[in-house]
Design a protein around this ligand. Structure first.
Ligand SMILES: [Fe+2]
Length: 419
């Protein structure tokens, strides 16, 4: 597939993911982690304008000079004001129509740019921009889920119901043993090939020594997590990191995000999904999601296990086929495990790792403003691996490192055990 086709595919997928949302839906920012969908649409466009068109397309005329700072997320090196993230919901101007016109303006310029011959640096930036937009597609879906959950009417993003995969028998939790030893992790980037892509934080590839370990054959299910809740684990300090217990008390957490008590379901709970409410009893064999690192870690302690390290995870995932319940299935919710071997490594839920987000040995951020993309967030965050049911299949790989603060749980984040 050439760059032009890839560009059109990614940009039109954004348009189709947000097609059912009204201008009002696209204005809401319902939690500090999230951004309005309108902002996602503008910011991803800003990325191409700022990093590709302004520096590389001759005679490019920017759509609006104010957009240069207005839709900057966090790149201080660009200069100028960066609006506080919490103010994104106040952007009633520009209107959604103006943002869509901005997208059209940039798309037309990008067509002109891609029809010419690009040098290596601009070709790399186009691929980075497409991967950036795929990240924001995922964010737009997780953010709109939170928006609809926060609305008293509790609307659904998708009208259609799930097909009933929950009836399939889920494999019981089994351990896959690895003898460990010296392994290589990180993306083997061919630097001379501008079309070979990974994020800078996946490099350099390097050796890690692993003790023998065991990793679970699938993600932890809602049924298993409910047992943890029914054992009063949320109130038992022995399972919790100090910051975790504080977070649980402060937020009065008694269950994952999007779980709500419901006497009409035999479990006593219902779960909000992108297709509206579902009784927990219909989801018991599906992976638990929307848990924080603290909850994942406490669950593992309660089970007498631990979370995997990212090196352990990658050593297993790098030999597994890259398939799973990703965005492309259209389910938009985790599904029951049904594969043999170590299943659900890709898709369903991002899996919290026991590893803090730090640079690999010899890590160098990209030069210039793009060096702010990943590297400056390497403090106070934990690694997640494997993508989720709202991650595009063409976006994820075994070496991919996602990262969030340990208390965050608005992403599709779940649990895999290790021992
Ligand atoms: Fe961004």
């Amino acid at each position: 597939m050439n760059d032009d086709t890839k560009y059109k595919d990614v940009r039109s997928l954004t348009a189709s993911l947000v097609a059912s949302l009204s201008p009002e839906d696209q204005m809401v920012q319902s939690c500090p982690e999230a951004s309005p969908v309108k902002w996602h649409q503008a910011h991803t466009t800003w990325f191409f304008e700022t990093f590709v068109l302004r520096p590389f397309l001759k005679n490019y005329k920017p759509f609006c000079e104010d957009f240069r700072w207005l839709f900057n997320s966090y790149y201080n090196s660009i200069g100028g004001e960066i609006p506080d993230k919490r103010l994104r919901a106040s952007f009633c101007r520009p209107s959604l129509d103006e943002v869509l016109a901005f997208r059209e303006h940039v798309d037309q310029a990008m067509q002109r740019f891609l029809s010419g011959s690009a040098d290596d640096e601009s070709a790399r930036r186009v691929i980075l921009g497409l991967n950036h937009e795929q990240q924001h597609q995922e964010l737009a879906l997780t953010d709109i889920k939170h928006v609809f959950f926060s609305n008293p009417l509790r609307p659904s993003y998708l009208a259609a119901e799930f097909t009933n995969e929950a009836d399939l028998p889920v494999p019981k939790l089994e351990w896959h043993a690895s003898e460990g030893g010296l392994v290589e992790i990180g993306y083997p980037l061919q630097v001379e090939n501008p079309l070979d892509f990974c994020f800078d934080n996946e490099t350099p590839r390097h050796k890690v020594y692993l003790e023998p370990f065991q990793i679970a054959n699938r993600e932890v299910t809602c049924r298993e997590y409910l047992e943890f809740m029914l054992d009063d684990a949320y109130t038992r300090p022995e399972f919790w990191l100090s910051d975790g217990l504080e977070t649980v008390k402060h937020g009065d957490w008694q269950a994952p995000l999007y779980w709500e008590r419901d006497a009409s379901d035999k479990t006593g709970w219902r779960v909000f999904t992108l297709r509206g409410w579902l009784g927990l009893s219909s989801l018991l064999d599906t992976p638990v999601c929307h848990v924080s690192f603290f909850e994942a870690d406490a669950f593992a302690r309660w089970r007498g296990c631990r979370l995997p390290t990212e090196s352990e995870w990658e050593s297993v995932a790098s030999t597994a086929p890259l398939r799973g319940n990703l965005l492309d299935t259209g389910r938009l919710h985790p599904a029951s495990a049904n594969g043999a071997g170590v299943d659900q490594l890709f898709g369903d839920c991002w899996e919290w790792m026991a590893s803090p987000y730090v640079g690999y040995p010899g890590y160098k951020p990209l030069p210039g403003a793009l060096g702010e993309y990943n590297g400056k967030f390497m403090s106070g965050q934990m690694i997640l691996r494997g993508g989720s049911c709202v991650t595009a299949a063409s976006h994820i790989r075994a070496t991919y490192r996602n990262f969030f603060q340990p208390a965050t749980r608005w992403q599709f984040s779940g649990i895999r055990l290790a021992a």
